[in-house]
Structures are given as C-alpha cells and as structure tokens.
Ligand binder design. Sequence first.
Ligand code: C2E
Ligand code: CA
Ligand code: CA
Length: 407
Amino acid sequence: MDEIKQSYHKKNFLAGDIIFEEGAPADCAYIVETGQVEISVLLNGQSIVLGIAASGDLFGELGLINDDLRSASAQALDDAQLILIDRNMFKRKLDEADPIVTFFLRALLDRFQEVRSNLVTLKKEHEKQPAAQQRFNHNANYEADKTRTIHDIKLETNLLTALKEEEFVLYYQPITHLKKHAIQGFEALIRWQHPTRGLIPPSEFVSFSEKTGLIVPLGNWIIKEACRAQKILRNHFPDISPFISINISALQFEKPGLASTIAKIIHKYENNPEDIKLEITETLLMSNPEHASTTLHNLKKIGVKLAIDDFGTGYSSFNYLYRFPFDSLKIDKSFIDEILCNTKSAEIVRTLAHLAHNLGMTTIAEGVESPQQAARLLEYTCDFGQGNWISHPVALTDATALLAKFK
Ligand code: C2E
Ligand code: CA
Ligand code: CA
C-alpha cells in the first residue's frame, strides 16, 4: 500500500491526555471523531477554558496556517478519537489551491486573530458559564463549509481505511451475445462493503476518489482483482474463457505506465490479454487527444481489448471511432431506454450498430431491461446486451452460476 500518499490518519487519546500545550510547535490540526477536547489558555497563571471541541469540530488549525507556536492547550476530556491533518499534507493542499484562495485565507486569518486576541478577555468575563455552552460559535457560511470539508476529510480517511482493510469488492454484470443468447463476458463494477452501512454503490465514492487521487491505488486494485476473477472464471469455463471489462478512470489513464502495469498483472494471472477489455469514456479522450492516442496504442500493443463507454452521452465525435483503436462501442442506456417508444432513439441505435460494424467494432447495448428491447437490438444487428434483463451485477460466485445457466 506504499502507493497511498501520506494522508489523514486517526489517533486515540485517553481522558486527561494532553494533545498539545500552549507554546509548543504546531505540527498538525485535528478533527474530533468521537469524545470531547477542552481548549484552554493560561492567563496570569490561571487556566481559562476557551471552548469544548466535540464530534465534527476542527481545532489546532491556526498554527498550521500561520506557522506559529500553539496559542492554546488541548486536553482530552474523555476518551477521544481524533483525525490528524499533518502540516506537510496541509501545505501541499494549500500549494495546490488557487492563489486567490490562499490569499483570502491569509486575510481572513489576520482578521480572525484580531478578534481572537479580544476573545481571551471576553471569555474571562464569561468564565462562570458551564463548559457545554461554550461550543465554538461561527456564522452560517462557515458552518456549511466546515460541514462539507469535514465530511470530505472523513470520507477520504474512511476510503483509505477501506482500501487497507480490503472492504472493496467487485461485482460482475453479464454481457450476453444476443444471437447466441449466451454470456461471453462481464463488466467488473466496484462496490464498498462497509462494515456498518452495507453495500455502498460507486456513485457515492468513485468521483470523490478521482478528486482525491485515491482512484489510482484503488484502480490498480480493481485491475488486479478483475484479472484474478478472469483466471477463476476461465478455469471453470475453459471453452468460453469469458472476458472481463474494467472501467478505467481519467486519472488512471493520465498516469504514465498504465500499459506496463496492466501487462504485469496479466502476466501474473496468466490471462489471455484478449480476455481483458478496458472501458474508456469519450469525455476522457477529449481533454488530451494526443496523449489519449499514445496511451491507447500502448494498450493495444499489450493485446488488451478497448471499448468506448457511454457512447452518445458526451461530445460523441465520430472522429474518435476511427481515430482511436477501439474494438467495441458501448451504446449508452439512455438510447436503449427509448428504443421501443422513440423512433429517433431507435434510429440512432440502428445507425450506430451499422457504423461500428463498418469500422470493425462490436457493439454492446447498456442497460437492457426487457426481452423486447433485446429482440429489437438483435434486429438492429447489435452484438451484445448488458442489463437487468439477464442480471444485475452480482458477486463472483453468482457470476459462475449465471455462466452455467446461459452458456
Ligand atoms: P458504467 O460504467 O456505465 O456502468 C454501468 C452501470 O449501469 C452500472 O451501475 C450498472 O449496474 C448499471 N446498469 C446496468 N444495467 C442496468 C439496467 O438494466 N438498469 C439500470 N437501471 N442500471 C443498469 P453501477 O455499478 O452503479 O456503476 C455506476 C458507474 O460507476 C459506472 O457506470 C462507472 O462509471 C462507475 N464505476 C463502477 N465501477 C467502477 C470501477 O471499477 N472503476 C471506475 N473507474 N468506475 C466505476
Ligand atoms: Ca462501464
Ligand atoms: Ca457505461
């Protein structure tokens, strides 16, 4: 797991533990996951409580922003679990931020410190208030930002833990040859088997993982796991040797060395490269077509198959179809949904199937939900169907059972 960059981590404190002391160097900020932490300052030898940080509160962040020594002390009031945000990571995030964001942050900090210098005096006057009433008080915007940021930090921490604890699992959705009515492959689709929340769909964490960069180690895990599954399926069904389709994200695609990483994995699991298909969305090609072309050709050299995913939802340039070396075209579910009731959608599907064939590609219709849709797709010479009409995505053992049923 050394490819996971230094990030947030959790630490437990016992009731009474000093987390940091006034005057000490500040090397990290904290978010309270559970428990309570008392923030206090010494004034004329007397300890004054500034506030109590409880679940979801951020503290110790000031020293990180302005490189100052700690201006207050923090002590666990009861057993507490904290998320630590270390200085190096914070600095890196700050460096990556737009300069205007950094500028605003520093300006706000100056103003905040002005207000804060008066706070100690004010707090002294209100010293007799019970500690529970002294929770931090901020305006509504700050609260909304804080809630979102803390949600993101918690999610990133939990996703990292999930990767280390192997909580991710791949589900497999059959891809059926329409004429033969036989399963010939599967698309691998990620799920998060959360210890308390159950099975979490990719919509809740894939684009977030893209944003944080976690998709790179996660994506490598997905490739390994999918290739391992292909080996298992091939051993069960050597005469079919079903192919596995793997979704490749933009960040994974941009990183150099994707082809050699995949080649090593294929070698390890002794897959026939032709049984591994990579799904790439058209939006991914648009941002840098030159780089895309080089990467796609490098992938072709190692023998894997390439599919253009979600075709029809983005820019849909036919340019992509002959410029890049795709083997298959996946027609987006939105067209299949309307194939029986909308003549324009039906005509688009029919035309795409013909065009793909003329360019030497196979077609896969996504999100086929009924036998009537499947029959119409066959009539339009579409090669494969994928959708709930055969099966929704299932665990590997169930995929084996499906293969036995539709072979
Ligand atoms: P996608 O690549 O277009 O995957 C097809 C999605 O359509 C899957 O949703 C699948 O369950 C759903 N689907 C298939 N047939 C039907 C149907 O008949 N009816 C309906 N209503 N839905 C159907 P899922 O698994 O929730 O994945 C959503 C998206 O998350 C995927 O869209 C893909 O963009 C992303 N994703 C999933 N797994 C991975 C992964 O391993 N890596 C990456 N980078 N992205 C992934
Ligand atoms: Ca896909
Ligand atoms: Ca798709």
